[in-house]
Design a protein around this ligand. Structure first.
Ligand code: CA
Length: 224
């Protein structure tokens, strides 16, 4: 059984590697999201342990990218209770399970074994909000049966809004999920992308489903 550990805290990564190897697993370690993604694409693993706060690309993006590329290796997210990230979000991006830091190695091992027993994840269900349909696996979006041409960033933004349908999402939440962890540009970029998305998914259909809530964020309206 081969396991990939993606963790930027070097001591924790080394401890996980030593512990898992002692249990008979073959272990590769990556110290940032970009490297982790490369390993996960190039090799076949039985499970991936994936930290969330990572340099280059955060764990959510790594997970989403792998699922979008139809790589269904079971993923166990390593989450930290810092208030900004939560377990539900981890599972939303296509992770199979999570453990909250700090965790004991015994607990982690039990979760890994349970994941290995379950095997690879199912192809995720279609996301549907009214007549808007997004297939997270094929990355195809349709409205009223018409296929829409979205860039990968527009699609990630739409996917995030659809997963949080009916809820107000802040610009910070959008930045954390849709842009890379290392993004240090102008958060107003989000307004630009929301505008583009509206021109593609709303305007041609005479709709106004992406609402702007002044000072708080955006909300994808759920049709009644
Ligand atoms: Ca980290």
């Amino acid at each position: 059984m081969r396991i990939l550990v993606v963790e930027d805290e070097k001591r924790l990564a080394a401890a996980l590697q030593t512990g898992l190897e002692a249990e008979g697993f073959a272990v590769d370690v990556a110290h940032d999201g970009g490297e982790g993604l490369w390993y996960a694409r190039e090799n076949t693993y039985d499970a991936i342990l994936l930290d969330i706060m990572l340099p280059v690309m955060n764990g959510y993006k790594v997970c989403e990218t792998l699922r979008a590329e139809e790589i269904w290796t079971p993923i166990l997210m390593l989450t930290a209770k810092d208030g900004e990230w939560d377990e539900v979000e981890a599972l939303d991006t296509g992770a199979d399970d999570y453990v909250t830091k700090p965790f004991s190695f015994v607990v982690l091992l039990a979760r890994v074994r349970s994941l290995l027993r379950r095997g690879a994840a199912e192809r995720p269900a279609l996301l549907e909000v009214g007549d808007l349909v997004l297939d997270p696996a094929s990355r195809i979006v349709t409205r009223s049966g018409t296929e829409l041409s979205l860039t990968s960033r527009e699609l990630s933004l739409l996917e995030f809004l659809m997963r949080r349908r009916g809820e107000v999402v802040t610009k910070t939440q959008i930045l954390n999920h849709v842009w890379d962890y290392a993004f240090e540009g102008d958060p107003n970029i989000i307004e630009v992308y929301v505008g583009r998305l509206r021109r593609k998914i709303d305007k041609p259909f005479g709709r106004n489903d992406i609402e702007t809530l002044r000072g708080s964020g955006y909300r994808l309206r759920v049709p009644s």
